[in-house]
Design a protein around this ligand. Structure first.
Ligand SMILES: [Zn+2]
Length: 261
C-alpha cells in the first residue's frame, strides 16, 4: 500500500517536471528581445483575440506612419504576413514579380481586399538598367496589367529590382506615368535570414515616415514579422501603404519622381 502511494507521488512529480520542460522549450532563447511581443503570440485563447483592436480602415494624420513593403513575392509565405496585419491592424505594400502573380492570385486578391497595395517589381526581376527602353516599358506594363487582371486596380508605381536604376530608367518609367519607389530602411532579410537580426534591423532604427524593405519570399521574414508587426503597433506606429504615406507627406504622387521616403 505504502509502496503504491510512493510510486504515484513519484509519477506526479515526473509529470509536473515534464510540463515545465515543454513550456520552457516554447520560449525563444533571447527573451529580452522578444519578451514584449512574445506573450501575444503563443496563446490563441479567446482572451488574447479580444484584446486586439480592429484594423483601422483610414489613415490618422496625427499618428506616426510606417510603410512596410515586401518584394519578390507573392509566395507561400505571404498569407502569414497578411494574417499578422489583419490581427494587429495594418496594411502593407507588396512589390510583386509579374510572372508569380497568377499562381498566387487568391493571396493577391486577399491582400488587395485588406487595403494592402499591390505594385509591380518588374515581370521577371530584371535589372532595368541593362534593358532597352522598349524592354523597360514592357516589364512595367506587363506586370501592371497582370495586377489589374486580379485586383481590378493598377497603381502607377514600381520598385526597380536590386534598387538598380539610372536617369534613363527614371525617364522611361516617367513617360509611362510611373513613379519609382525605393526605401529608407533595409532589413537585409534576404542576406541574414535570421529572425532576431531582421527584428533588430527594424526596431533599432525605425522612425516615423520610414519605408521598410523586406522580402515575402523568405519564411524567416514571415517569422520575423510575427514579432515586428506587433512591436511597431505597440510603439504607436500605424502601418500604412506607400501611397498613403507619400500622399500624407507630399500631398500627391508625381510620375517620374523617385521616392525613398
Ligand atoms: Zn527584388
Amino acid at each position: 500500500m505504502l509502496m503504491k502511494k510512493i510510486l504515484s507521488c513519484l509519477l506526479c512529480i515526473i509529470l509536473i517536471f515534464a510540463l515545465f520542460a515543454a513550456n520552457a522549450a516554447d520560449i525563444p532563447k533571447d527573451t529580452e528581445i522578444f519578451e514584449d511581443v512574445h506573450m501575444g503570440l503563443t496563446s490563441n485563447t479567446e482572451k488574447q483575440v479580444k484584446k486586439i483592436e480592429p484594423a483601422p480602415s483610414v489613415v490618422d494624420p496625427s499618428k506616426p506612419m510606417i510603410a512596410l513593403t515586401f518584394d519578390d513575392g507573392p509566395s507561400k509565405h505571404t498569407p502569414r504576413i497578411l494574417d499578422m496585419l489583419e490581427r494587429y491592424g495594418g496594411r502593407a505594400t507588396f512589390f510583386t514579380v509579374g510572372y508569380l502573380l497568377n499562381a498566387h492570385s487568391e493571396t493577391v486578391l486577399r491582400a488587395h481586399n485588406m487595403g494592402c497595395e499591390i505594385i509591380g517589381h518588374t515581370w521577371d526581376h530584371s535589372d532595368l538598367t541593362k534593358l532597352s527602353d522598349w524592354e523597360i516599358k514592357n516589364q512595367l506594363v506587363s506586370t501592371s496589367n497582370a495586377i489589374k487582371n486580379i485586383t481590378g486596380t493598377e497603381i502607377p508605381m514600381y520598385r526597380p529590382p536590386y534598387g538598380s536604376m539610372n536617369e534613363r530608367v527614371r525617364r522611361v518609367s516617367g513617360e509611362l506615368g510611373f513613379s519609382t519607389v525605393t526605401w529608407s530602411l533595409d532589413t537585409k532579410d534576404w542576406k541574414t535570414r535570421n529572425v532576431q537580426l531582421i527584428y533588430l534591423a527594424v526596431m533599432q532604427s525605425v522612425k516615423a515616415g520610414d519605408i521598410i524593405i523586406a522580402h515575402d519570399m523568405h519564411g524567416t521574414t514571415a517569422d520575423a514579422m510575427e514579432y515586428i508587426i506587433p512591436a511597431l503597433v505597440k510603439q504607436g506606429y500605424q502601418l500604412v501603404t506607400v501611397s498613403e504615406l507619400l500622399t500624407d507627406k507630399y500631398g500627391s504622387i508625381q510620375a517620374g519622381i523617385v521616392y525613398t521616403n
